[in-house]
Design a protein around this ligand. Structure first.
Ligand SMILES: Nc1ncnc2c1ncn2[C@@H]1O[C@H](COP(=O)(O)OP(=O)(O)OP(=O)(O)O)[C@@H](O)[C@H]1O
Ligand SMILES: [Mg+2]
Length: 452
């Protein structure tokens, strides 16, 4: 049975809820809302009993989903997952919801709310007693929220769940002010003398796969050094790492290089955490602000982060602009990415020659040919001849790459068996030879629209 349905744009929240509910949860990425709420609802395969909507869905999207879902599944219990904001009351007034849940609510609070709503649905003939089997794992002895539940129960009895049961309105301090709190993640201290590595991902032309590779390198290296990996989005004008990871950054590279960030603690608060165990320095919120980040400031940021993190990965703007050159000067490794197009390969050869002349070729060079395809008309041997250098890794073209990016999940955790994911893992192994791909505990997740 999959009685629970989540429609959300937060990969982090999805991971959390999946850990709580396992196979009982079906997930439809919020990205499908681009095609309208009908597109999401048409992907619902099983008969859900409770739908959680959010986080990171706007009012219109939530409204559309509530309408479509209740039309298709009349008995459905509806929970909106959203922070306590001033406009929440309007949502509650206008949408027919059964509960509001803070995305920062503890696991116990979340389970308690789901349990309570499940009981109510059963008692009111909207769901069968077996629909939620096996019951949610609630440890009664470990329920610090009993009072809270009692308070919510009062509200439920009064409103018969036809209105709102906000299980978190009186919840623990951690849910009271999620926005004002700084990062709660521990940065494992680097032992003195631990070698740190910085890796720039570069390409002479745009659209070759730099960002895809940078994200998955960070993900793979985070398995080796959890929470000791930072990924800098140094594509200053059009960086898209947070979009590809469904992260909503509070601060960006502009804050990270600002005067105030001279303080180590302030610098750390400018990072955005990803649930797979790494941090992101988000790109500037606009191209104009991105222009304010000088090459010298970028170099300094790389050096400072190397003092704290085991691995620093830098995703760059295409070409050999000042920022890319300065990044190459401050890293130990460079991953050069090109597709199989002859113009891109020729440009990469020119780039090698230029870097060698300038003395800027980093100590470790990894040549990656991306989106390889048997139908391209040239072979890897031809590629090597054009480049004048051996190809280290060949990443095949795969539709799983775009799918993972649209889902906001790193490819190597979204589809572990995909050939492109395996190839990218081999880049991780070149940088961290001790990394064992089998150590990845995260198995390929079933996509919500696949049959069970
Ligand atoms: N191996 C692959 N198979 C299929 N599609 C891929 C592969 N690698 C990358 N792509 C797709 O190619 C497009 C460009 O990839 P990506 O954004 O990673 O490149 P980029 O070099 O960072 O681009 P930009 O120069 O614009 O920053 C994306 O739509 C991505 O999904
Ligand atoms: Mg990019």
């Amino acid at each position: 049975m999959t009685p629970f349905l989540l429609v959300s744009r937060s990969a982090e929240y999805e991971t959390r809820l999946r850990a709580l509910l396992g196979e009982r949860l079906a997930v439809i990425p919020g990205e499908f809302l681009t095609f309208g709420s009908e597109s999401v609802v048409s992907r619902v395969t099983a008969e859900p009993r409770i739908a959680l909507l959010g986080p990171v869905l706007n009012y219109e999207e939530t409204k559309g989903l509530v309408e479509e879902l209740t039309a298709q599944h009349p008995g459905l219990g509806l929970i909106v997952v959203r922070e306590q904001r001033s406009d929440l009351e309007d949502w509650v007034d206008e949408l027919v919801l059964h509960a509001v849940l803070s995305p920062d609510a503890s696991d116990d609070t979340t389970l308690a709310l789901l349990d309570r709503l499940a009981d109510w649905l059963i008692a009111n003939g909207r769901a069968g007693a077996r629909d939620f089997d096996p019951p949610l794992a609630l440890e009664i002895d470990d329920m610090p929220f009993v009072d809270l539940l009692d308070a919510a129960a009062g509200a439920l009895a009064q409103n018969d769940f036809d209105s709102i049961a906000d299980a978190d309105r009186t919840a623990e301090p951690e849910t009271a002010a999620p926005e004002s709190s700084g990062p709660i993640w521990a940065f494992p201290p680097l032992e003195s003398g631990t070698p740190t590595e910085a890796i720039a991902v570069v390409a002479p032309k745009g659209g070759q796969g730099k960002t895809t590779i940078a994200i998955n390198l960070a993900t793979g290296l985070a398995e080796v050094a959890p929470n000791s990996v930072v990924l800098i989005d140094a594509d200053l004008q059009f960086g898209d790492i947070t979009a590809a990871l469904a992260l909503v950054p509070e601060r960006t590279i502009v804050d990270a290089v600002a005067e105030a960030a001279n303080d180590e603690i302030v610098l750390k608060t400018t990072l955005t955490h990803h649930a797979d165990g790494f941090f992101v320095v988000a790109s500037a919120p606009s191209p104009e602000l991105g222009d304010l980040v000088s090459p010298v400031a970028l170099a300094r940021l790389i050096d400072r982060l190397r003092a704290t993190f085991r691995y620093v990965i830098v995703d760059t703007t295409p070409g050999m602009g000042e920022h890319a050159l300065v990044a190459l000067e401050h890293v130990t490794d460079a991953v050069f990415v090109s597709n199989m197009g002859v113009p891109s390969l020729r440009a990469m050869r020119t780039e090698f020659e230029l870097l060698t002349t300038l003395g800027l070729m980093p100590g470790n060079r990894h040549v990656v040919v991306n989106q390889t395809d048997k139908l391209s008309g040239i072979t890897i041997k031809d590629v090597e001849n054009i480049l004048g250098a051996p190809v280290d890794v060949d990443v095949p073209k795969s539709s799983a790459v775009l799918l993972a990016s649209n889902r906001g999940v790193p490819l190597i955790h979204d589809d572990v068996r995909d050939p492109a994911a395996r190839a990218i893992r081999s880049i991780v192994l070149r940088i961290a030879p001790g990394a064992d791909p089998k150590r990845s505990k995260i198995q390929r997740r079933r996509r919500s629209n696949e049959p069970e």
